[in-house]
Design a protein around this ligand. Structure first.
Ligand code: NAP
Length: 203
């Protein structure tokens, strides 16, 4: 059985919390590799402007390049229309074969909403979930996840997730330092492309 991690997120921008989560999950769950999949056009983000996919992809590329256990897939950003995790999981099963265990890694706050995800029953049958928890946002599987899904969802404590993308966007818009919250190359990319500046900031 191959075990592959799918690191799903908007990554606007990617930061050390994401990188630590992916590496710790790879290690703890014995994953052969973790593929970062920047979200395309997420149906639940209709009300917030998300940075262009080309910027989010470039930042992920800069951030993961030095880790041979990580790779990047643009299948969601290349997809037309709304982007659903079930389509991504089905494409991964086609690529890697049915003899593969897929682990979708993302924030516990997103997984709490899993009942509202597209074709959730098929999704949970085909894929396991690693729910990364951030300090101060307790995740209790027994009260927040329906019983029939609990066996497929693994809570995962990540202290480095005290860092958040929204906090970084706000800090940039206020002209504050974001050093040591994300790789230097990602910070340089943000500065060079004027991302999250006050005049471009619509959170
Ligand atoms: P979000 O609502 O922006 O994020 C929820 C929380 O999880 C935030 O605190 C976020 O922190 C954190 N987070 C997001 N991705 C993470 C990751 N890979 N590792 C650790 N923490 C993470 O969530 P989102 O980015 O839009 O969605 C997360 C994933 O779920 C995406 O791949 C999305 O496509 C999928 N999703 C699918 C459906 C569906 O199929 N219908 C519905 C909802 C979500 P940061 O802001 O710091 O990242």
């Amino acid at each position: 059985m191959k075990k592959i991690g799918i690191m799903g997120g908007t990554f606007d921008p990617i930061h050390f919390g994401h990188l630590v989560t992916a590496e710790a999950a790879r290690d703890a769950f014995g994953l052969e590799k973790v593929v970062f999949v920047p979200a395309g056009h997420p149906p639940h983000k209709r009300h917030r402007t998300v940075s262009e996919a080309r910027h989010r992809i470039a930042m992920v590329n800069h951030a993961i390049i030095s880790n041979p256990g990580f790779s990047l897939s643009t299948i969601e950003t290349e997809r037309e229309g709304y982007s659903y995790t079930i389509d991504t999981v089905n494409e991964f099963l086609t690529i890697y074969g049915d003899n593969t265990e897929l682990y979708f890694i993302t924030g516990a706050d997103a997984i709490i909403e899993i009942l509202s995800w597209h074709r959730v029953e098929e999704l949970i049958e085909k894929c396991r979930f690693i729910a990364a928890t951030r300090p101060g946002f307790p995740f209790n599987k027994d009260s927040q996840i329906p019983q029939e899904y609990r066996g497929r969802i693994f809570p995962f404590k990540v202290p480095a997730l005290a860092i958040s993308s929204s906090q970084i966007r706000e800090m940039v818009s206020q002209g504050r330092s974001i050093r040591y919250l994300l790789p230097d190359t990602v910070e340089a990319y943000i500065r060079k492309n004027n991302l999250y500046r006050k005049e471009n900031f619509h959170d």
